[in-house]
Design a protein around this ligand. Structure first.
Ligand code: SF4
Length: 371
């Protein structure tokens, strides 16, 4: 017999996209219903569940109450009965202007459209000034939702969906157990756009390893050219110790690429984007070249410029930049012109014993710490 889950208070999931840093996090589901991608250790060992709609509405009420109390300056008196997490969440969101909300965790669109519409309507009524409500979604889930239901979600206020495409090369998707193919990625992306919902697609350079690098760039660009998403976001592969992919690296089944090879793949990918008007962002700390930024088609030359500049540098300058970026001393290529920063990076290279031969291992070890 199914037991009725009791409300245990406000919940927060573990992650959000970098572009949702100012958003209120509202947990609608817990963890990931797929949880099989080889490169992802985020929800390993965690069970997926949908939160009862009533509990999500309770969370919305709790945030509304805290926001009201903070605004009325009555919070210290009432705070004793409120969970600190709700208070901090409400205070941070209020400070950020209360403009956007992100629905957690990995795939909110798996919730029945009727239930999601109920949550969205309640959110809109509770926070009428909110401009954006967004969510992660898997392409396989979106592909199964009818156009009518997608439009209902859009009308209820869901106005941006983030899809972790990562790759559209079928051999990469299959090896990585992503549970989707290129055709489904395209179908899902086009469906989101048809519903009038903004679409943000993520590309993961390096996911094909050495063997499928060319396909990873070419096939993903081709799928995105057929979708024309509002945003294309770059998030370079990092391989946490706990993942199946890490074991594949150890057994020789997967050959990870170094930063220079990943930059070559990225250049190929950017060059193949054609006939679309997407904004391209490199807004993730795992990316070596975060200055890639612009809108297609006009900014294409500017977008590829930093990649070409990096690839055109002498090998020892590339190593210096890689180390400086990974340890957080450099944030962009122009920082190489700063003598003080260069000295700091050279000192760090000496301290950690980084050379051209081991720079890839050094970079990979640091990247693991960011996820
Ligand atoms: S990458 Fe996304 S879909 Fe794959 S296991 Fe991780 S959270 Fe789930």
């Amino acid at each position: 017999m199914k037991t009725i889950e009791s409300y245990e208070g406000f919940e927060l999931g573990p992650i959000r996209p970098p572009s949702e840093a100012s958003s209120l996090m509202l947990r609608v589901t817990r963890n990931c219903p797929w949880n099989k991608c080889k490169f992802c250790g985020l929800y390993k060992g965690e069970k997926f569940s949908k939160r009862p709609v009533r509990h999500v509405l309770n969370d919305i009420d709790a945030i509304r109450k805290c926001v009201d109390e903070i605004q009325a300056d009555t919070c210290p008196a009432d705070y004793a009965g409120t969970s600190p997490m709700v208070y901090v969440t409400a205070a941070n969101w209020l400070g950020a202007g209360m403009k956007s909300i992100f629905l957690q965790d990995a795939n909110t669109l798996i919730v029945k459209p009727d239930d999601l519409v109920k949550i969205l309507n309640y959110l809109r009524r509770s926070f009428p000034s909110v401009e954006r409500i967004t969510s992660y979604a898997r392409s396989t889930t979106v592909a199964k939702i009818s156009d009518d239901d997608m439009r209902r979600l859009a009308e209820a206020g869901l106005n941006r969906i983030h899809i972790g495409m990562e790759s559209a090369a079928d051999e990469v998707l299959s090896f990585m157990k992503k549970g989707v193919d290129k055709e489904t990625h395209i179908l899902a992306g086009q469906k989101v756009k048809r519903a009038g919902i903004e679409l943000s697609e993520y590309f993961m350079p390096g996911l094909g390893g050495r063997e499928f690098s060319e396909a990873n760039a070419r096939e993903t660009a081709d799928a995105l050219n057929q979708i024309d998403p509002d945003y294309i976001r770059i998030r370079t592969l990092a391989i946490p110790e706990t993942t199946e992919l890490n074991a594949d690296c150890a057994s020789g089944e997967f050959y990870p690429m170094g930063d220079v090879e990943v930059a070559q793949e990225l250049l190929r990918f950017l060059q193949e984007l054609e006939g679309i008007g997407s904004v391209v962002r490199s807004d993730h700390i795992l990316n070596l070249l975060e200055e890639i930024d612009g809108q297609l088609p006009g900014d294409k030359a500017n977008m590829t410029a930093p990649v070409r500049r990096f690839l055109g540098m002498e090998a020892d300058e590339q190593v210096l930049y890689i180390v400086g970026k990974r340890i957080g001393v450099f944030s962009r290529l122009d920082d190489l012109q700063n003598p003080d920063l260069r000295t700091r990076v050279k000192q760090a290279m000496e301290e950690y014993g980084v050379t051209a031969e081991n720079v890839n291992a050094f970079s990979s070890a640091i990247m693991k710490r960011f996820i």
